[in-house]
Ligand binder design. Sequence first.
Ligand SMILES: [Zn+2]
Length: 247
Amino acid sequence: MDLKVPYAEKDQAEALGARWEASRRCWYVPDGVDLLPFRRWFPEQDPGLPGLNLRSLETYVVTAPYRCWRCQQDTVVAGFLMAPGFEDFSVWQDDPEGQGHWGGGEGWRFAFHVDALPSPIAAQAIMRAPRYRRAFSQATRSAYWANHCPACEAQQSDSRLFEETGGPFVPRADGDWSGHRAVRVKGAFAAAGSFGRAIDDATAIPGVRAGSAPSPSVAIAARPNADARGFSILSRLRRWLGWASSG
Ligand SMILES: [Zn+2]
């Protein structure tokens, strides 16, 4: 991961393990190194560029006990659970203007295969599962946010965690969520990623409070001076995320 390190702080970053790539004139955290100590130098991500396609006003970081597939140590893994009312951006082939649109997502869904995440949101998962960090997947040839084992550093596959039966973040036949813990995400959640099957009994997860957050579109429409026709999708997204000055 690239860092934005002021010149005056370069020795500090280097002491923590950051490396300088001369060709790009950029400090970065090498793969396999815990990102947490570098949080203050995370670059601000442009919400337009990675194509963030998920947004949710009510979201939880859910942690779950999990056994590392490689070393069999007990560990804790984290995922983001979006409440009903979250939205998914998609472009349909028959969309006459080709602009795409945000559609209401149904049910409680875990986001996964997240390849872009605003730093303030990522930090809230990292605080509860310190080995949650960006990793490079050989399978998909891309970087995405993944859980890692604190004992052996093995990456814990999102497919196993979020898609396969028996995974900690898929619907459970026994309805037993007592080992899980949920903490509400501060601020609006946004990400580029996929989402899993509906978790019908999500309110059984300790810490989840059945909320009725307005969908982001409703929130935008309710804002004074938010004349949606005047904005491109990206500027609307930036506005919604609170990352653009108003006016
Ligand atoms: Zn392990």
